[in-house]
Design a protein around this ligand. Structure first.
Ligand code: FEO
Length: 401
């Protein structure tokens, strides 16, 4: 049965949510599910903004048929060719053979690559080009690498609606209301929005900044992303989050302590250090076991805070495997611009500290606070004193920032 939401007289939400999915992109756990948004504009011409993932395809096609009624489908705008949005495109063209695809040049090539032999009219649109659909004037905005190179956004100049593709999206299924102003976004979605941003588009901060500059010149009254709630109010608050995140600035002053432990001695060091940092007056200290907390969350938390500490056991003459994976993920996402401190552990040849130092020093604008501390198997009085001295330096830096 169809389940559409009328957003304005002309615009309808026709997407759906998947709460059974375990891993988004077969990588990221999404215990709260995810939504695949699609929108239909009914003007003198009818315009569909993106299709959906196959998992919600049945509902989507019922919604589309209901929302169109007797009308034909004139256009489908393909903002992004990733299959979570474009997997239903072939089926759409089979059901609506007279539809014309509006897409970037790169997207038009991807359509042929994904769907060999697809028979559909494609009109390539460029940055700044417009299409008048009747009462609505749609302007296309190029947004390469947010999140793939073919990405396009659409700004409806008549209503101030920005169809923002993956930008401003979030993990988390929709339920009850599709609007950010009708849910408790900060409590229920912000952690997922941050984790979505840094893991999906975090690597492309410069490209996100360039889109935000374009957006700053637009009178935006509503944002319709491809995942998560629609924004009608407090848009400036969410834009500010994106400005902070894409500039690789910390969102919060705080210290995130990440430890990789095998039998608990490195954990012991982490907890002594975290306690000493808090005792110095730092009010925002978080501690994570990198073997327990899933890596997309670790990554999101590392980007969130101003200061980070990495403590790792030495393993196979290298960094403890879970910590090594986490550090590789940070580097792959352009992690930068933070104060960091290091602690290593080793029972006969401690190596993790030098290797972590090498990795972190290769990242942009990373400042090491204090010297790395070496623990031989377990924390003794002498190392506990060193940990407390390091905590003082971290706290002093935290207070200065
Ligand atoms: Fe939601 Fe990059 O696809």
């Amino acid at each position: 049965m169809h389940n559409c939401v009328q957003i304005t007289e002309d615009l309808c939400y026709i997407g759906g949510s998947d709460r059974r999915i375990a891993l988004f992109e077969n990588v990221y756990p999404v215990p709260r599910g995810v939504s695949y948004n699609s929108y239909l504009l009914k003007d003198e011409k009818t315009v569909l903004f993106d299709t959906v993932d196959l998992s919600v395809g049945e509902l989507f096609f019922e919604n589309l048929a209901f929302a169109l009624g007797e009308r034909a489908l004139d256009y489908v705008v393909v903002h992004h060719m990733e299959p979570d949005h474009a997997a239903s495109l072939l089926r759409l063209t089979e059901r609506y053979p007279n539809v014309t695809v509006l897409a970037s040049m790169k997207a038009s090539q991807m359509i042929a690559n994904f769907f060999a032999g697809i028979d559909v009219a494609v009109r390539v649109v460029k940055e700044g080009e417009t299409v008048q659909t009747g009462r609505h004037l749609l302007r296309f905005v190029s947004a390469p690498m947010v999140h793939w190179p073919e990405v396009l956004l659409t700004f409806d100049e008549s209503t101030g609606t920005l169809f923002s593709a993956d930008a401003f999206g979030t993990f988390g299924a929709l339920g009850g209301s599709i609007y950010a102003d009708e849910v408790h976004f900060e409590r229920d979605f912000l952690d997922d929005a941050r984790r979505y941003y840094f893991n999906i588009v975090g690597k492309y901060g410069a490209q996100v900044q360039s889109v935000l500059k374009k957006a700053a010149g637009l009178p935006i009254s509503m944002i319709c992303p491809l995942h998560g709630p629609v924004w009608r109010k407090d848009i400036a608050w969410y834009l500010k989050k994106y400005l902070t995140w894409s500039a690789y600035e910390p969102e919060e002053k705080g210290v995130a302590v990440f430890y990789g432990t095998i039998y608990g001695h490195t954990q012991n060091a982490a907890e002594i250090l975290a306690g000493a940092i808090a005792a110095e007056g730092v009010t925002n200290v978080k501690v994570y076991d990198v073997s327990v907390t899933e890596v997309s969350e670790l990554l999101s938390e590392a980007f969130r805070y101003s200061h980070v500490v990495f403590l790792s056991a030495t393993y196979n003459n290298g960094i403890f495997v879970k910590m090594e994976n986490f550090l590789s993920d940070l580097a792959a996402h352009n992690y930068q611009n933070r104060g960091f401190a290091l602690v290593e552990n080793g029972s006969w040849a401690p190596q993790a500290g030098a290797l972590m130092q090498e990795r972190l020093s290769s990242l942009k604008n990373m400042r090491q606070i204090g010297e790395k501390i070496t623990i031989l198997s377990s924390v003794k009085e002498e190392q506990a004193e060193l940990l407390c001295a390091l905590a003082k330096k971290i706290a002093a830096d935290w207070k200065e920032e």
